[in-house]
Design a protein around this ligand. Structure first.
Ligand code: CA
Length: 669
């Protein structure tokens, strides 16, 4: 690959030379194939190619009967590395590849900017996107969502959602499961599943594990293997193994849109987990053939950088890579009506690119409401171009206020360090976590804290990585294997405490699907390719753990019923008054706004195994009330009074939370 110079160190420096940027930047050019009934235009970028041919096929792979080569055409160099060709005729459903010659080597590749493809992405496909719209698609829009802090995010894998018998769904493991309404556990109409369940739970957004075309599941036999999908091949095409037909590239697009439509009809937003930090296999990836080592970072000796831990690292700070990310995200937002993006290993993307993405999404109608958040870390420090700054935890304050990070401090303070299976957090007995829990409830905002304001924090205690919350607690308590499957009073108490902290924290609450019904993977801490039976949601547990589900539901309702909980600025943080110097307890009061039913709410957490007493405090301009309604106790949560308490010295039962509200006496009642 050393065509710039024999010294590999100069290869990357040439790509990072401003002269190269000036010579080859073609930032406003749309790449891919664009189809009308009577013509199609193909456009691709390859700065050093000497020849590019467009090859048209009748089928999507050489394993299909009709694999005929239809046509071979020369692409025309348009300058700045852009190659283009327009052909007259109807090319809908025609498959294609490029034969690219760079430095005397010729490779046949799929189009990395293609909007459709055949099986396993081997060949790209021409598609007229309007042909893929399901009925009623023109009435479908992103959900309106002015405040990201009012979101409650539920993270799920497409296949896990519906694959179990207990889902009661027909389209098991498929995008189409998200179009099924009124489903329930077989023979148990009271146990709703799928969309109907989510509507009752009250979450606002479903966050889907990677759905852009990935390679680790063979689309010839989608059910023969399982994978989370963090091995992207295309950033423009939906994964095929979740579609009813993996060969016809239009089907996965239509069914993906139907999934989005199904969720939107239920009032639920759709967030995609986007993996831009690496590709499945760099050496054979089309981008590497088009511009060797341009799309990927290398060490000075020319070996691929590996900040992803997956063998390669995408050079997001280079202008044409940055442009590709922006084209991809704008496309998903516009064509598929996506409501938010979660950036895998965001610490490998540069700050400037992240902020530019925000700016570009903001230009769309209601684009400011599109959620953006990511993992502010990497497996290894990135090998970025000099001057580029990684979008990691250390630099979160340089990111837009509307780009959030997963706050691992929150997660670990609550349940213990994720990399130490036996460790504990506040909810199961770890000492000296009071301050960390106070910071969690404040979304780690403030002058010396991680983030600028609550819109930058994802508050969570479980995600697809590491143990489920329930399994982590089973290990921390030293329970036997039966602990994974059976309800356990002490674990339920700890789980309820965790739920109160996450749902009543400032920031954007997030949970792994099934956290609310004690999801177990039987102690599997990294199930990315484990058996589907480990990964799929067991909807029967919504019955076994019905009290826990109801508790989450009540907390979500309460969060949405009291404005200060979903505050996007630091105003609530400033209004919270914490009781100081209490042990294994955290307690604060916060006044309501004029629009709230309660003039004040008090949240008290007792992590000790015995009853404790606390004297509440408040700001002097918001005096404490004489009487409180109990809204949340050790058993129930919601907005209805569970009883009353007089005075401000509050006794809190062992290992539980109390949330108290003072009903506003405004003469309207
Ligand atoms: Ca695939």
């Amino acid at each position: 690959m050393n065509y710039w110079n024999k010294d590999r160190s100069l290869i990357s420096s040439t790509y990072d030379d401003p002269e190269f940027d000036l010579q080859y930047m073609a930032v406003n050019t749309p790449f891919g194939s664009f189809c009308q009934p009577d013509r199609t235009t193909w456009t691709i970028w390859s700065p050093e190619a000497t020849q590019i041919q467009l090859i048209l096929y009748a089928s999507g792979s050489d394993r299909e009967p009709d694999e005929e080569l239809l046509r071979r055409e020369e692409m025309i160099s348009k300058g700045r590395g852009v190659w283009s060709l327009t052909l007259c005729g109807d090319f809908r459903g025609v498959f294609y590849t490029y034969r690219v010659t760079v430095l005397g080597k010729t490779k046949e590749i799929a189009d990395p900017y293609a909007r459709a493809c055949g099986i396993n992405g081997q060949r790209s496909m021409v598609v007229m996107l309007s042909d893929t719209d399901p009925d009623g698609w023109e009435e479908d829009h992103r959900i309106r969502f002015p405040e990201s802090t009012a979101a409650v995010i539920w993270e799920v894998h497409v296949r896990d959602f519906s694959e179990a018998d207990s889902s009661g769904m027909k389209n098991r493991g498929l995008y189409l499961a998200f179009t099924e309404k009124d489903t329930h556990v077989p023979d148990h109409p009271e146990l709703k599943t799928g969309i109907a369940y989510l509507q009752e739970l009250g979450i606002t957004h479903v966050h889907l594990l990677p759905c852009m075309d990935f390679m680790s599941v063979d689309e010839h036999e989608p059910l023969s293997s399982y994978n989370w999908g963090y091995d992207p091949f295309s950033w423009f095409i939906p994964e095929g193994s979740y579609a009813t037909d993996t060969r016809d590239g239009a089907v996965r697009i239509r069914e993906f849109k139907q999934m989005v439509q199904g969720l939107h009809q239920a009032g639920i937003g759709v967030i995609l987990d986007v993996v831009f930090n690496h590709v499945y296999y760099m050496q054979s990836h089309p981008l590497q053939a088009l511009a060797p080592d341009y799309y990927f970072r290398t060490w000075p000796d020319g070996t691929p950088a590996n900040g992803s831990g997956c063998g390669n690292e995408v050079a997001t700070e280079r202008p044409m890579v940055r442009q590709m990310l922006i084209q991809s995200l704008l496309y998903w937002a516009e064509e598929y009506h996506i409501d938010g993006f979660r950036f895998d290993l965001m610490g490998l993307i540069d700050v400037e690119t992240m902020n530019l993405i925000r700016k570009e999404l903001d230009q769309l109608p209601s684009g400011r409401e599109i959620l953006m958040y990511g993992e502010p870390w990497a497996a290894e420090p990135p090998q970025m171009r000099r001057g580029a700054i990684p979008a990691d935890k250390a630099h979160v304050r340089m990111l837009s206020d509307r780009i959030a990070i997963f706050n691992d401090e929150t997660r670990d303070a609550i349940k213990g360090n994720v990399f130490d299976m036996y460790s504990s957090g506040f909810i199961n007995g770890a000492w000296y976590q009071e301050k960390a829990i106070e910071n969690t409830l404040k979304a780690w905002t403030g002058p010396y804290q991680t983030v600028k304001q609550p819109t930058q924090t994802i508050s969570y205690v479980s995600a697809h990585d590491n143990f489920t919350l329930w399994d982590k607690m089973v290990f921390a308590e030293g329970l036997s294997e039966s602990g994974f499957t059976m309800p356990n009073a002490k674990l339920m108490e700890a789980n309820r405490l965790a739920a109160v902290i996450v749902m009543l924290s400032q920031g954007i609450p997030f949970m792994q699907a099934g956290e609310e019904f004690a999801r177990t993977k039987l102690g599997d801490g990294n199930s990315y390719r484990s058996d589907p039976s480990i990964n799929r949601l067991d909807w029967q547990r919504t019955g076994m753990f019905a009290d826990l589900v109801a508790y989450y539901k009540g907390l979500i309702k309460l969060r949405h019923a009291f404005k200060p909980f979903t505050c996007s600025s630091c105003e609530t943080v400033r209004n919270m008054v914490f009781v100081q110097d209490i042990h294994q307890m955290v307690a604060f009061t916060v006044p309501g706004t004029d629009e709230d039913a309660w003039s004040m709410i008090a949240v008290i957490l007792n992590a000790l195994e015995r009853e404790q007493e606390v004297r509440l405090v408040s700001w002097c301009d918001h005096p404490l009330p004489d009487e409180w309604d109990i809204l949340v106790n050790h058993q129930s949560a919601g907005t209805e009074s569970l009883g009353t308490i007089r005075g401000n010295v509050i006794r809190v039962p062992a290992h539980s939370a109390l949330v108290l509200g003072n009903k506003r006496s405004n003469g309207n009642e």
